[in-house]
Design a protein around this ligand. Structure first.
Ligand SMILES: Cc1cc2nc3c(=O)[nH]c(=O)nc-3n(C[C@H](O)[C@H](O)[C@H](O)COP(=O)(O)OP(=O)(O)OC[C@H]3O[C@@H](n4cnc5c(N)ncnc54)[C@H](O)[C@@H]3O)c2cc1C
Length: 392
């Protein structure tokens, strides 16, 4: 692992830091507890501000409006954003569809879809999972039949993050039933305003509803919206998923570190039997464990990046990082509940909740971390087969 920053990288870091210090309003900081609606508005405004500042897409090629920067500079950018506690933005278009279109999109598709993503004008969601297709994604059953120059789509997607807010959805549909399941799937971009589309938000345990079900009833989508070839969508989807799993957490070690500082503050400010919880030896041990875990996670991320800088594809290391941080996050938020003690039962809108109930929210949301983007069991299977060489 070699992550020495060159003088150009250092200069790049200075430029990012200076810009974010000037342009991030104090009240937009990510750690401030706020409602889902407030969070969305801020994320959208932040995406637009990044665009205006020329920072919309660090690693996108210049020909598509990006900075054409290196992976190390992307890391630096994400780290600086995390250090400044900046919002993460609405990432599906930039982080997942964009890189997929560079590889598989037609020139028309790139011209039509990439600029609005960069400007933050269009929000995208991902329509892959279905009620009976999650870990086994290739089992998906949403059906699409070719009718003239259109696909006619019927079926249901579920867990589409930001679905109710999205203008468009990149989705996988079944176009062939008589071949092995991976080979009959097509990748298509669907305008969610098309007649026959119904988006229904799902109420979550956190009290928000950012995941959605999407229903398709005779939805007509032009064939020009197919990405790659008909029935070859599985390979296109792998590019999207690789990007979902590989660069998404570059700034996470610093975001977790910030979160830990707040957790230590919670321990200092919460008293039990007249003494701050930060003096309790067991709590101190657990806080120390969390600090060690965050530091270890940072090195897992650096190792992944190092191998990519050497030109290797993101592989099983990405699974290791995902598995490690999702379980670490759950332990960290469980510790917050332990520190809060009886107050941990109070949710956001209770006036007695500590820190506006933000730790409850984080604790509940962290349950999803070991499911989203591939469950822990699935990540362990990947590690067992690809790193340990165990039989399937
Ligand atoms: C926060 C969040 C956001 C999400 N956002 C999106 C989104 O935007 N778009 C989208 O399309 N999807 C999204 N998803 C869906 C996500 O990809 C799926 O939930 C995930 O892939 C698991 O699928 P499933 O829920 O169907 O569970 P299942 O696959 O049914 O799994 C159920 C249980 O069985 C276990 N299991 C399954 N297969 C194996 C195996 N081979 N070996 C061992 N154990 C196994 C799993 O680990 C799990 O414990 C999101 C999910 C979450 C939680």
């Amino acid at each position: 692992m070699d992550l020495t920053f060159t003088p150009e990288d250092q200069e790049f870091r200075e430029r990012v830091r200076e810009w974010v210090q000037k342009n991030l309003p104090e009240e937009w900081k990510d750690s401030i507890p706020r409602t889902q609606e407030e969070r969305e508005i801020i994320n959208r405004q932040w995406d637009k501000k990044l665009y205006e500042g020329g920072w919309a897409a660090i690693a996108w090629p210049k020909e598509y409006g990006g900075m054409g920067a290196t992976l190390i500079q992307q890391l630096i950018f994400n780290e600086e954003m995390a250090m400044a506690d900046a919002p993460e933005g609405l990432m599906h278009g930039k982080g997942m569809l964009g890189p997929t279109l560079f590889k598989f999109g037609t020139e028309e598709q790139k011209k039509k879809h990439l600029p609005p993503i960069l400007r933050g004008d269009v929000v995208w969601c991902q329509g892959f999972s279905e009620p009976n297709a999650g870990s086994d994604l290739a089992a998906l059953q949403t059906r699409a039949v070719i009718d003239g120059d259109h696909l006619v789509i019927n079926g249901q997607k579920v867990w589409s993050t930001w679905g109710y807010l999205a203008d468009w959805c990149f989705a996988l549909v079944r176009t062939e039933n008589t071949v092995p399941k991976h080979r009959g799937i097509t990748y298509v971009m669907i305008d969610l305003k098309t007649p026959g589309v119904t988006v229904r938000p799902l109420d979550q345990i956190t009290g928000v509803h950012d995941f959605c079900e999407i229903f398709f009833e005779d939805v007509r989508v032009p064939l020009e919206n197919v990405v790659g070839e008909i029935n070859r969508g599985w390979y296109v989807a792998m590019t999207t998923l690789t990007h979902e799993r590989s660069t998404a957490y570059l700034g996470h070690p610093i975001r977790f570190r910030n979160q830990l500082e707040r957790l230590a503050d919670l321990a200092r400010n919460t008293k039990r039997n007249g003494r701050p919880m930060s003096e309790d030896p067991v709590i101190r041990q657990k806080l120390a464990r969390s600090f060690i875990e965050v530091e270890s996670f940072k090195h897992i991320v650096y190792r992944t990046i190092s191998s990519r800088v050497r030109g290797e594809e993101p592989g099983a290391e990405a699974s290791m990082a995902k598995l490690y941080y999702s379980e670490m996050l759950q332990r960290m938020t469980e510790l917050a509940m332990e520190i809060e003690g009886p107050y941990s039962q109070l949710v956001r809108n209770s006036k007695w909740a500590l820190v506006e109930g933000d730790w409850q929210y984080q604790f509940l949301y962290a349950r999803a971390a070991t499911i989203a983007a591939g469950t822990s069991e699935v990540q362990r299977n990947i590690l067992a087969e690809h790193i340990l060489g165990l039989p399937r």
